[in-house]
Design a protein around this ligand. Structure first.
Ligand SMILES: *[C@@H]1O[C@H](CO)[C@@H](O)[C@H](O)[C@H]1NC(C)=O
Ligand SMILES: *[C@@H]1O[C@H](CO)[C@@H](O)[C@H](O)[C@H]1NC(C)=O
Ligand SMILES: *[C@@H]1O[C@H](CO)[C@@H](O)[C@H](O)[C@H]1NC(C)=O
Ligand SMILES: *[C@@H]1O[C@H](CO)[C@@H](O)[C@H](O)[C@H]1NC(C)=O
Ligand SMILES: *[C@@H]1O[C@H](CO)[C@@H](O)[C@H](O)[C@H]1NC(C)=O
Ligand SMILES: *[C@@H]1O[C@H](CO)[C@@H](O)[C@H](O)[C@H]1NC(C)=O
Length: 303
């Protein structure tokens, strides 16, 4: 049996055991057992196309956080070269001496495989794309060392921990959507997102964004970084394939360029950081996820 198949059985097993343990308490009213949390996310449009793969939707904001190359070099483990030529190829006018770290703050919705569905969850983490994991000076990998994730979603938390990710069980606002409108905001369309680790003070991310007409980074850049094979401890890689041509993404006005503020305290940063006037995309995409693969499989990926 392949490693990937056995991991999926582990996922299914933990899912089924959660179902089994909750059904013991049938005398307790449903509202006590399950958070009544109605998401605004559209259903997974590709589950029936790929019934044997893990699919779902990711709604949320992907933001470019410019940091100095010197800081990036300090934060990223020294064995991974930064492929500056790769991001300059996509972003020729990115400021000299700077590196694009990426914040993904997302709601994972309607995740299915083999006809099973896992409960929705939220997550947020700062990622480091364009890293030379294989030492070929060509293939771009993304280091995702830590994640705040919905507390109690054991399947999602275990799934991330298997990669060696520093996972922080957390509470999110809003709790079952990717972002929410700020009432009476000065700028129309302003939304917030906030996550705090259950271990108080260990990690947090909060954002405020509003739509902007400025287009600083092209869609092709976001497609590229969200599709790079991803690793944490480097022992296996996650192939998250984000698909930009399904109904959840192509309906009119569903990809919005936004500008705003990000505050975050999360490993590998050692103190709270704040970025103002940063740019991102607010969007929903379908995805197919192929888990726990040898990173070597991705030599030359994407080119
Ligand atoms: C994405 O999330 C926002 C906030 O909940 C929601 O308004 C929007 O409809 C969602 N998009 C899709 C395609 O589900
Ligand atoms: C679906 O899963 C199979 C088996 O793991 C894998 O070989 C295939 O590439 C996946 N399909 C896509 C579109 O990623
Ligand atoms: C990596 O490739 C880039 C672009 O081709 C080149 O400029 C650079 O010198 C190479 N670096 C190494 C260490 O080979
Ligand atoms: C996280 O903590 C901050 C500061 O105490 C608070 O303003 C925010 O509402 C909290 N967010 C969540 C999701 O609990
Ligand atoms: C949608 O995009 C995927 C790659 O992300 C591609 O394989 C597929 O052919 C595209 N489908 C359509 C209908 O364009
Ligand atoms: C991202 O862009 C780089 C530089 O052009 C390219 O080498 C890589 O294959 C792309 N990766 C993906 C997943 O599209």
């Amino acid at each position: 049996m392949g490693a990937q198949e056995s991991k999926w059985q582990y996922f299914l097993f933990s899912f089924l055991s959660i179902l089994a343990s909750t059904s013991y308490a049938t005398a307790v009213p449903n509202e006590v057992l399950f958070d009544v949390c109605q998401t605004n996310d559209q259903p997974n449009p590709i589950a029936s196309l790929y019934p044997l793969n893990a699919t779902g939707t990711l709604n949320g904001t992907v933001t470019v956080l410019p940091i100095s190359l010197a800081l990036a070099r300090k934060l990223i483990p020294s064995q991974y070269r930064i492929l500056e030529h790769a991001y300059r190829h996509l972003l020729p006018s990115f400021p000299e001496g700077m590196y694009p770290a990426i914040l993904e703050a997302l709601h994972d919705h309607d995740v299915q495989a083999f006809g099973y569905q896992i409960p929705d969850f939220s997550r947020a983490g700062i990622e480091f794309p364009f890293l030379d994991l294989l030492g070929d000076n060509t293939t771009s990998f993304k280091w995702a060392p830590s994640l705040l994730m919905t507390a109690n979603n054991e399947i999602a938390l275990n799934g991330a921990m298997e990669y060696g990710t520093n996972t922080f069980p957390a509470t999110f606002q809003p709790s079952c959507d990717a972002y929410s409108a700020i009432p009476d905001a000065k700028q129309p369309g302003s939304t917030y997102f906030s996550a705090n680790s259950s271990d108080v003070g260990a990690a947090c991310v909060s954002t405020i964004f509003a739509p902007t007409l400025e287009e600083i980074f092209p869609l092709s850049f976001f497609k590229n970084v969200t599709n790079q094979p991803t690793f944490a401890d480097g022992k296996t890689c996650d192939n998250m394939i984000r698909i930009f041509n399904t109904s959840v993404t192509t309906a009119p006005n569903t990809i919005e360029t936004v500008k705003g503020t990000v505050k975050a305290k999360i490993y590998p940063f050692t103190s709270e950081q704040e970025w103002s006037d940063v740019y991102g995309l607010r969007m929903d995409t379908a995805f197919i996820e192929n888990n726990y693969l040898p990173c070597e499989n991705f030599r030359g990926y994407g080119s």
